[in-house]
Write a protein that binds this ligand. Structure first.
Ligand SMILES: [Zn+2]
Length: 299
């Protein structure tokens, strides 16, 4: 295998999806394994060493769910030909499923195959490229650095240009969305310019582009950088009535009251045209797949 082949396999990663549910399991496990390949720890990772960390990543960066299944990517990544679990004879139960308890109790280990691991260890740039590819395919740019920091990959998130799988983005999306809201944050009305150029004002996708969300105004919101990030991290959501909802998990000190809690239950600014109002199919997706937990403070 060479570097290009590895990139191709990462691009072709067989990510389990049901409808338009997000499935961040494999990407997050691979990112953890990449961080480990950067250290001098052994190639194969015992499940019990990674279970808690992966569960926490799924909680923080995956959809809010009643249960989390870190054992699934640990097992299923084998089919992507970059990952192996030697000595797997007894891992599957009689019904053919993989048991978290078994993996934990028997310290079952898995990791990158020897040739993939060799490539990654020899080539730090390749390792970064693989990490960024995983992020770009599965998460919006506003959360890339948060995930890198959380998995322990010590470099800065930079956009990659090699991503073959990526669908073409509409270059006019940003302008159309900012215009629809008269260049103001739809949540806090923030509007600051240098001469004629808006600063820290962004066009957010409600249903993520990475999940097939379209580049249309009714899937977009003009938001200041702060509220964009809060929306993408699931600290905020938009209700079917276009009200801001704050997750009960969100908390903080300075700024929390003024910039977050104050907007709980408030209605978004109206766009220029009612056709641009956020569509419920997109706000529903965001609530299901991104918003962290129950509606929070005011309900
Ligand atoms: Zn704002």
């Amino acid at each position: 295998m060479d570097a290009q082949e590895l990139i191709n396999r990462i691009t072709a990663l067989n990510v389990w999806k049901k409808g338009d549910q997000r499935a961040p399991h494999k990407p997050l496990l691979l990112l953890l394994a990449l961080a480990r390949a950067n250290t001098d720890k052994p190639r194969l990772i015992p499940f019990d060493e990674i279970e808690n960390k992966l569960t926490r990543l799924l909680e923080d960066f995956g959809p809010s769910r009643a249960n989390y299944y870190p054992e699934l990517p640990f097992w299923h990544l084998q089919s992507d030909q970059i990952w192996e679990m030697p000595n797997t004879t007894d891992v599957l139960t009689a019904s053919g499923s993989v048991s978290k308890k078994y993996l934990r109790d028997h310290h079952v280990a898995a990791g990158f195959t020897q040739d993939v691991y060799g490539l990654l260890q020899a080539n730090g740039e390749l390792l970064e490229q693989v990490a960024m590819q995983l992020l770009e395919d599965n998460f919006p740019p506003s959360v890339h650095q948060d995930i890198l920091d959380e998995v322990g990959l010590d470099f800065e998130a930079t956009a990659q240009t090699t991503n073959q799988k990526r669908a073409k983005r509409d270059p006019t999306f940003r302008r159309r969305v900012l215009e629809a809201y008269d260049y103001r944050c739809a949540i806090c009305s923030f509007s600051v310019r240098m001469e004629n150029t808006p600063i820290a004002l962004e066009a957010a996708h409600i249903k993520w582009f990475q999940a097939g969300g379209p580049d249309i105004e009714s899937n977009g919101l003009a938001l200041c950088s702060l509220h964009h990030k809060l929306l993408d991290r699931g600290a905020l959501a938009i209700s079917a009535e276009h009200k801001v909802m704050v997750s009960e998990k969100a908390n903080g000190h300075s700024g929390f009251e003024e910039w977050v809690l104050n907007f709980d239950g408030k209605v978004l600014l109206k766009p220029r045209n009612s056709l641009y109002l956020p569509k419920v199919e997109f706000t529903d997706w965001h609530i299901r797949e991104v918003f962290q937990g129950k509606y929070g403070h005011s309900q």
